[in-house]
Design a protein around this ligand. Structure first.
Ligand SMILES: NC(=O)C1=CN([C@@H]2O[C@H](COP(=O)(O)OP(=O)(O)OC[C@H]3O[C@@H](n4cnc5c(N)ncnc54)[C@H](O)[C@@H]3O)[C@@H](O)[C@H]2O)[C@H](O)CC1
Ligand SMILES: [K+]
Length: 511
């Protein structure tokens, strides 16, 4: 997979200092990247309102205004309290020398701009915004023009995505510098950052810190291979454990999705004795609890939890699934059992191959013994604690889903859609992860690719139809479409033999 790295706040600050000391001119580079971004969308001559804050984020904005003026744009610069540091001050002098006014407050009388650039605050934000910044934020959000945020929409924490207070810039796009930042994709940041681009800037490779995580990018190379010389045994088998009385749908969703996403065969071990066959999915093999021992031995992958309930039978079959050595996904009620039964946690920690746990924020809160709000307050920290505690891969669902390894390295999914906020989507995701594990992916790759495919299916539904109407029952086929799209893209990037220009036979002498 190709990834944008994410550095920790401390590592990013260290990188900034070392790069500045090495004379990299980061602020100038950030300004150049901003102008390149703007040139790609707006013609010279356009009025661009550049709003600069009191620190280096403001410095980026002031230098962007200088470069915009040089490139033939008409910057309208707003800067109530410029930074006193030399580089931003140099930009101010250049602007004044070019005869460009710097307005202390939002200039209502000027012609409306084509774009507003938010350079108020970046990663140095330390508290809620007060005057004069909150008035400027209101003006930015009310402007009849799109907003480009530099580095981070002002008022948002770049790592958690939380608002610092009620004054927050709502950007249509964000150009972030040096590395990707999880807070642009999760929590409030998912709604306030708009489309996000990363400008890595030129920094000597020797200064780059090791990443604490990465954004998932189009993960073509993680796809399981599908040779022609295949049979269903090659693509693994999945045992879904769930579907207790009254909750059969959840188990059926996970099972049918695993089939749609390429698992060779799928059993559903149901705790409901009346459930024997699915008339709409006859290829799904539904088996009673009595068969659990045989199936736990036979299946390559176990996915326990969808519609499982928390009965004594449920607890004992989950314990048996945790004890077997193969790939394992625990979701929904299996996570609730894990929260309640300490011996399950001990058994998970003993596994050589880490299990994949897929909590939504409320399930994560139950496991951590805290509130859902506390989980959402710092999703990366919550997922990191869970992954270390259970020695497991943790998929923390929600906007900007996180996939956390036990060693603390994580992926953030930058794709998402409110179309996925509907009943049964968690069961679907469990089915996708299980299918990819069955096809031989490692737990981290399977969880990351599954989250991305699931999110892409949601995004495509939203783009083509809108944010409602994506029932979980439709998802198996939609996720399979996304997989096939990736296969086609990968095939298109391989060398291709051109077709013959004429009919050809080896024994024709003119050849
Ligand atoms: N440092 C570099 O080499 C580069 C930084 N880049 C950009 O700079 C910002 C980070 O800059 P910094 O000066 O540290 O912080 P901010 O500009 O975000 O904030 C300014 C300053 O304001 C104070 N402050 C914090 N919160 C508030 C508040 N609520 N109200 C008023 N004042 C506040 C605090 O003292 C801050 O220091 C980074 O995001 C990049 O945009 C370049 O990208 C590259 C080089
Ligand atoms: K900003």
């Amino acid at each position: 997979m190709t990834h944008e790295p994410i550095y920790s706040p401390a590592d990013l600050r260290r990188l900034e200092q070392q790069a500045e000391a090495a004379g990299c001119g980061l602020m100038q580079q950030a300004a150049e990247a901003t102008v390149a971004w703007i040139r790609n969308r707006f013609s010279p001559g356009a009025a661009i309102r550049v709003v600069a804050g009191p620190g280096n984020n403001g410095g980026d904005a002031l230098w962007a205004a200088v470069r915009l003026a040089e490139a033939g744009y008409r910057p309208q610069v707003v800067c109530p309290r410029p930074s006193e540091a030399p580089t931003p001050q140099a930009a101010l002098s250049r602007l004044l020398a070019m005869g460009l006014p710097v307005w202390p407050m939002w200039p209502d009388a000027l012609p409306a701009p084509a774009l507003v650039v938010d350079g108020l605050f970046g990663i140095g934000l330390a508290r809620p915004l007060a005057e004069p910044w909150s008035t400027l934020v209101r003006a930015i959000n009310a402007a009849p023009a799109p907003v480009l945020a530099l580095d981070v929409p002002s008022g948002i924490d770049a790592w958690t995505g939380r608002r610092s207070g009620s004054s927050v810039v709502r950007a249509h796009a964000t150009l972030t510098f040096l590395c990707a930042k999880p807070g642009l994709h999760t929590s409030d940041g998912a709604d306030l950052a708009g489309e996000v681009d990363v400008a890595r800037l030129q920094v000597p490779a020797s200064l780059l810190p090791s990443a604490e995580g990465a954004l998932i990018d189009t993960p073509q190379d993680a796809l399981p291979l599908r040779p022609r010389n295949s049979h269903k045994g090659r693509f693994g088998s999945v045992l879904v454990i769930g579907a207790a009385p009254g909750m059969a749908g959840a188990g059926l969703l996970a099972g049918t999705t695993a089939l749609a996403c390429g698992a060779g065969k799928v059993w559903l071990l149901t705790l409901d004795p009346t459930l024997t066959v699915s008339p709409i999915q006859p290829e799904l093999m539904i088996r009673p609890l009595n068969d659990s021992r045989t199936l736990l031995d036979e299946a390559a992958v176990c996915a326990a939890g969808p519609g499982l309930g928390t009965s004594v039978d449920a607890a004992s079959v989950v314990a048996a699934a945790v004890d077997r050595p193969g790939p394992l996904v625990l979701d929904a009620d299996a996570l609730n059992l894990l929260a309640a039964i300490p011996s399950l946690a001990e058994a998970l920690a003993q596994r050589a191959l880490p299990a994949v746990l897929t909590p939504h924020p409320a399930e994560a809160a139950r496991l951590l013994g805290c509130t859902t709000a506390a989980v959402q307050h710092d999703r990366v920290a919550a997922a990191r604690t869970l992954a270390a505690r259970y020695h497991a891969l943790v998929v923390l669902k929600g906007a900007g889903s996180l996939i956390m390894r036990p060693d603390g390295f994580y992926h953030v999914c930058p794709v998402g859609s409110p179309a996925l906020a509907s009943a049964g989507q968690g069961d679907v995701l469990t089915g996708v992860i299980a299918a990819l594990l069955a096809q031989g992916l490692s737990p981290f790759d399977a969880a990351s690719l599954a989250v991305w495919l699931h999110a892409m299916a949601g995004r495509r539904h939203e783009d083509l139809q809108g944010p409602v109407g994506l029932r979980a029952g439709l998802m198996g086929d939609r996720v399979a479409e996304e997989m096939n799209r990736l296969y086609r893209q990968r095939a298109a990037s391989q060398p291709v033999m051109p077709p013959p220009l004429r009919q050809w036979r080896a024994d024709w002498p003119e050849f």
